[in-house]
Design a protein around this ligand. Structure first.
Ligand SMILES: [Zn+2]
Length: 121
């Protein structure tokens, strides 16, 4: 489960920010996760709750938002969302241009995993 190491890195960042701002408590954390990271928000949320026990971030609300992938095509200059297909009950993203079918695309969004906002008191 690669969620554990990612969750650890996110909480490290949250605790560091809380410390810098002399927070007594972290109330809310807004996190954005790209769908291409294949991270599971429910698992992340569970891990956050477990590893923050006894820290200033214990009991915080984790608002995890999924970011839809966006690509831009180098061939036809299409820019927008990609298509998903379902295979063996998994929804898989198709990293190719839906307009011209080309695979020379740049991923503009969908791979992020970052803390957007922290509310402290
Ligand atoms: Zn294209």
């Amino acid at each position: 489960m690669h969620e554990i190491s990612i969750a650890g890195a996110i909480i490290d960042a949250v605790l560091e920010a809380a410390k810098k701002n002399n927070a007594r408590k972290v109330n809310e954390v807004l996190i954005e996760i790209g769908e291409l990271t294949a991270l599971n928000p429910d698992q992340l949320s569970f891990i956050f709750k477990t590893i923050t026990a006894g820290t200033v971030a214990e009991g915080a609300i984790y608002d995890i938002r999924l970011v839809r992938p966006v690509i831009s095509c180098r061939v036809c200059s299409y820019s927008g969302p990609i298509e998903f297909f379902e295979k063996l009950h998994f929804i898989l993203p198709v990293i190719k241009c839906p307009e011209c079918g080309g695979s020379e695309v740049d991923i503009v969004a969908g791979r992020e995993c970052c803390v957007k906002r922290i509310k402290i008191s």
